[in-house]
Design a protein around this ligand. Structure first.
Ligand code: GLY
Ligand code: MN
Ligand code: MN
Length: 440
């Protein structure tokens, strides 16, 4: 049960969506519960779009917005049920949910199929998820189909069914791209907690430990600050594993002389953080490790300089690529001029991902990266990650002292009116800061 529910951000977002749907009807379900095995479920996680508009975290819930003159927000949710509450815990029930979360009406979820055709009558446009192929498809779409057909059967009684279907997620994506003050405050805290976890990892990691020992320290720090789950599967990658981009086994024993790349972020109050730091397990960078680290750091700082309102989203990826490519030449990893390396994309041997992504409720958050083929322009309130890296696998064309050096440095950055704010700034980052933290 939420201790005190701050409803105004959710009410405001519903108002903004009402303004977009005219006299249409919007129907937005939350996420289904997912079985893990036999009678055990995965820890429940609400749907981000539904939560964005409601602040309501219970499963088996649907939001309906009736636009136009009627302008009504209606929640369907689980009924109060003493027996189920003894087993599974508190649930609001429609009456309390309506009052506390500020809906105009609320009904038991069992009534949804029965009432939905009424909401669809004489509405030109239905705004619903086009979730085919995602976890939200399936049962919900079958319900919508059935209701639309039910209204089609009433034409002789003077009712028409919607004749146009619009993906409601697209409207909400645009809203989610610009974070409001309520979201920014939560993301700042999510960033702080993840930052504490990375600092703890630096302080505690030692040669001889297994990667999962470090994962445990991170989980400990997240949970003790109220961030119950990671925002994504952690990457705790030591030695050669640092060059496996999506490594998440966490089973290797760490050696003296290894680098440890940790990509870990928490979900706090529904919002993700996403930090990567790379540090020496024994607390001291070797010369080649430091050279690669400094090259990535230089690229990351160069990106920070162009993460500003008015710049194209894609600009910082180009800046990262150019900076890293020049460093690869300077370090003797690549031959040729900068122009050649960029043209022939030989840098892809060591830098093969993008420099970042939107982040918010989802770690790879909603929102278009291009509009009509053109890069989205950065605006205040957008939040991106800044995460260049270099991953040097053993190869005939690579000096041996660089083999298995993998470095990524990642922060979460809010675009502001006059520049940006690094939401994960408290995580040690310079060589001096990292080595000092490791030695504590
Ligand atoms: N941790 C996922 C990412 O960095 O995109
Ligand atoms: Mn990451
Ligand atoms: Mn990321």
């Amino acid at each position: 049960m939420n201790a005190a529910v701050e409803v105004s951000p959710y009410v405001n977002r519903r108002e903004r969506l009402f303004a977009s749907i005219g006299d249409g009807v919007a129907v937005i379900p939350t996420a289904p519960e997912l079985a893990r095995n036999r009678d055990t479920d995965y820890l429940y996680r609400h749907d981000s779009y539904f939560y964005y508009l409601t602040g309501f975290r219970e499963p088996q819930s649907v939001l309906v917005l009736l636009g136009g003159a009627e302008r009504k927000s209606i929640l369907f949710c689980r009924s109060k049920d003493e027996t189920r509450e003894i087993w599974d815990g508190f649930r609001y029930g429609p009456d309390a949910a309506r009052e506390i979360f500020g809906f105009d009406e609320a009904h038991p979820i069992e009534k949804f199929d029965e009432l939905l055709p009424d909401y669809l009558k004489n509405r030109g446009t239905l705004y619903a998820p086009l979730a085919l192929g995602t976890t939200n498809a399936t049962a919900f779409e079958a319900t919508l189909n059935k209701s639309i057909n039910a209204v089609r059967g009433m034409t002789r009684a003077g009712f028409s069914a919607p004749d146009s279907l619009v993906n409601v997620y697209k409207l909400i994506d645009e809203m989610r791209l610009i974070k409001d003050a309520h979201e920014i405050a939560i993301m700042r805290r999510s960033g702080e907690i993840a930052s504490l976890a990375h600092t703890r990892a630096m302080r505690t990691a030692r040669p001889g430990q297994y990667e999962y020992h470090v994962e445990a320290e991170i989980a400990h720090e997240f949970i003790r600050h109220g961030a119950r789950t990671p925002a994504y599967n952690h990457i705790i990658a030591s030695g050669p594993n640092a060059c496996v981009l999506h490594y998440n086994d966490s089973t290797r024993q760490m050696c003296d002389g290894d680098l440890l790349l940790i990509d870990a972020g928490c979900e706090y109050e529904g919002y993700a953080s996403d930090i990567t730091r790379t540090f020496p397990v024994n607390g001291k960078f070797t010369g080649p490790q430091k050279d690669v680290y400094e090259a990535v750091l230089k690229a990351q700082y160069a990106c920070m300089d162009v993460l500003k309102a008015g710049n194209a989203f894609h600009k910082y990826h180009d800046v990262a690529t150019e900076s890293l490519a020049q460093s690869m030449i300077d370090l003797g990893l690549l031959k040729g001029s900068l122009a050649q390396v960029l043209e022939e994309q030989t840098y892809m041997q060591f830098y093969m991902h993008r420099a970042g992504h939107w982040i918010g409720m989802d770690v790879h958050d909603a929102g278009a990266y291009r509009i009509n083929g053109e890069s989205q322009v950065l605006k205040p309130g957008m939040v991106v990650t800044n995460e260049p890296g270099l991953y040097i696998r053993p190869a005939a064309n690579v000096p041996e002292h660089f083999w298995n050096v993998g470095v990524r440095i990642e922060d979460d950055v809010l675009i502001t009116a006059d520049g940006n704010e690094n939401l994960t700034i408290t995580t040690p980052k310079t060589v001096a800061e990292v080595e000092a933290t490791c030695s504590r």
